[in-house]
Design a protein around this ligand. Structure first.
Ligand code: SF4
Length: 602
């Protein structure tokens, strides 16, 4: 079987047995990566499982291009029924683990059951062992990784959970290396519920491609296109790129209480902090984009970062200090928590503290905070959440559940969709985001990221014209203040993202990130790798099937639960530097959701 490794490894942690299933049983219909993961979760009827029960399955999926010379061929999709949303959880991680899993001979890894005590799953080519890991339980991610590397050797690659995952914080992620993370929808918490502290993998097998020379040529052409694109330039200076977005009202301030007001001094301060500590760039396996910045900050060692923590931590907590944002980021990486969710949770706490609905005493009971500094409180709360100490135990449930528990005024302040905390991008100033937050699989906006309106103006319109041709759709796609035609943007972005996620390459090299690699090039890569002809339209069909599978899974989960619209606050006007910004028009949004479903055939 060219391109695919050919096997799906199924490990039962309860019985400690492992078996293999041919990937070919699934790949014709579901291609790979996210597609096959969804099929595996549906086939096992995981929508019926309590997310923390042994019946839930945790699936890891590479794609047919993962581990090949294709650009950014590093990705692994991670899925399970999500403890955050109760729907289909979905996350994605780069680094080196995915290629290594394929070199060990496996396209997918399915974890079922649960171990009776902490374990590490060790995959060394055909050898699959479940080893005790009691001494690692409670350790942070970097210490765990160092211990595993010392024990198994530095040729192994690891997926690791921190204390957040061990304690089943509903927004705990899975980490790998110094900068990769499958953060959203609580996949680390599912791993923790199975007592699985880490997965170690090493492989020595080759991945064959059908037409090596032609495949190499397409890879080289794609690389050149990436290196010559404006997106590559943007990746060289992420803070500068984000500066532009700050000026378009792209970021919320506080708990979606207002829009960030760009203050030159504040932005410069954050940029200066990052510039002073940046020591280089890094990349996942085979990626020319190198979107990772590597920083060395005294006291926190060397750590990679894909974005700028300021936009989440400084803006959502209203603590205007880049050092605070960096420290918050470092703690999250170490305890294994999703930075987006945690920044939202801290914004929720901050608003309640300002309103006097939560007192300093309530927040600090059993939480170790010195003094009365809000930044220190928030940093201490991150650890308390990971360890479920004091009020951290309630906040570890996420804002939707915590809001319900604390009472109506808190419930109104819970900024989430279906239990997943909303991110900092602002849907009242960028209406495509309102649709993306409302309908995207898993509960956040990323799979429908409306980059055309984020870029905006003539540049955004030109990008949209590339996708939709010159005309009304392209004009509307670049217009932040209309919902007209945004169903087409959502569908296009979803298809592009799903295609990348199924092939096992990074969606950041596609138009979802303003980069040049489109479905036709991806189809060429797949064709030469597999030795069968695929077109861009074929990939779009797989992507649509994948979207429908999410819809089916979520529909099964939702039987007794009404689908939620966005929080009521987002339908109200909000203040910004420009004065008032109108809230999202609810009727328009509902109509756009209907049009989207029609386009999608859902
Ligand atoms: S674009 Fe960034 S996240 Fe994606 S594969 Fe490259 S380095 Fe990794």
């Amino acid at each position: 079987m060219n391109a695919w490794a050919g096997k799906i490894l199924v490990v039962d942690l309860t019985t400690r047995e492992s078996t293999c299933v041919p990937t070919g049983d699934y790949s014709n219909t579901w291609l790979g990566g996210k597609g096959i993961d969804l099929a595996l979760l549906l086939a096992a009827e995981c929508w019926q499982a309590d997310p923390f029960s042994p019946e839930n399955r945790l699936v890891f999926g590479t794609g047919p291009l993962t581990g090949t010379l294709a650009p950014a061929a590093s990705r692994v999709h991670v899925g399970a029924r999500s403890p955050a949303t109760g729907l289909c959880g979905s996350s994605n991680i780069g680094g080196q683990f995915g290629p290594e899993l394929k070199y060990a001979g496996y396209d997918h890894l399915v974890i079922k059951g649960a171990a009776s005590e902490p374990v590490v799953l060790v995959i060394d080519d055909d050898s699959v062992k479940i080893q005790p890991a009691q001494e690692l339980w409670g350790l942070g991610v970097s210490k765990t990784e160092a211990a595993l590397a010392a024990h198994y050797g530095s040729d192994f690659r690891f997926f690791i959970i921190g204390p957040g995952g061990e304690n089943q914080v509903r927004f705990a992620g899975i980490r790998s290396g110094t900068f990769n993370s499958a953060s959203r929808t609580g996949m680390g918490a599912v791993m923790g519920s199975k007592n699985l502290k880490a997965i170690a993998v090493q492989g020595s097998k080759a991945i064959s491609v059908a037409q090596p020379e032609r495949f190499y040529d397409v890879c080289q052409r794609a690389r050149r296109e990436i290196l010559e694109s404006p997106c590559y330039e943007n990746m060289l200076n992420v803070p500068k790129m984000l500066r532009g977005s700050t000026h378009t009202g792209y970021f919320s301030y506080g708990n979606k209480e207002s829009i960030v007001t760009p203050i030159e001094e504040t932005i410069s301060k954050a940029e200066d902090f990052l510039a002073a500590h940046r020591v280089g760039k890094a990349a996942c396996f085979s990626c020319p984009l190198r979107c990772q910045d590597v920083f060395e900050v005294p006291g926190s060692g060397r750590l990679g970062m894909q974005c700028d923590p300021r936009v989440e931590f400084n803006y959502m907590t209203q603590v205007d200090d880049p050092t605070f944002a960096w420290r918050a980021y470092v703690i999250c990486q170490e305890v294994g928590l999703d930075t987006t969710s945690i920044a939202n949770v801290l914004g929720f706490v901050n608003e309640a503290l300002k309103a006097g609905d939560l007192s300093w005493e309530q927040l600090t009971k059993d939480v170790n905070v010195s003094g009365k500094d809000r930044a220190e409180l928030f940093l201490a709360l991150i650890t308390a959440i990971a360890e479920r100490k004091g009020i951290g135990d309630l906040l570890a449930e996420g804002v939707a559940r915590a809001g319900k528990e604390l009472g109506p005024s808190f419930e109104q302040r819970a900024m989430h969709r279906d239990g997943l905390e909303l991110a900092v991008p602002e849907p009242r100033t960028h209406l495509g985001l309102a649709l993306a937050y409302s309908v995207s699989e898993r509960g956040d906006y990323l799979s429908g990221f409306p980059i055309f309106e984020m870029v905006g103006g003539e540049a955004g319109r030109a990008m949209a014209a590339d996708a939709f041709g010159d005309g009304q759709i392209a004009n509307n796609a670049a217009d932040r203040q209309t919902l007209t035609d945004k169903e087409h943007v959502q569908t296009y972005m979803e298809n592009m993202a799903a295609t990348a996620d199924m092939l096992g390459v990074c969606r950041w090299m596609t138009p979802t990130n303003g980069a040049p690699i489109k479905e036709d090039t991806l189809a060429e890569l797949l064709t030469e790798a597999v030795g069968e002809t695929y077109t861009g339209d074929d990939l779009w069909s797989y992507a649509s099937r994948c979207r429908k599978a999410f819809f089916e899974f979520d529909g099964n989960c939702r039987r007794e639960k009404e689908k939620q619209l966005l929080p009521e606050r987002l339908f109200q006007p909000v203040s910004s530097d420009e004065g008032q910004v109108a809230g999202i028009n609810k009727k328009d949004l509902i109509a756009t959701i209907s049009r989207y479903k029609k386009v999608r055939g859902l």
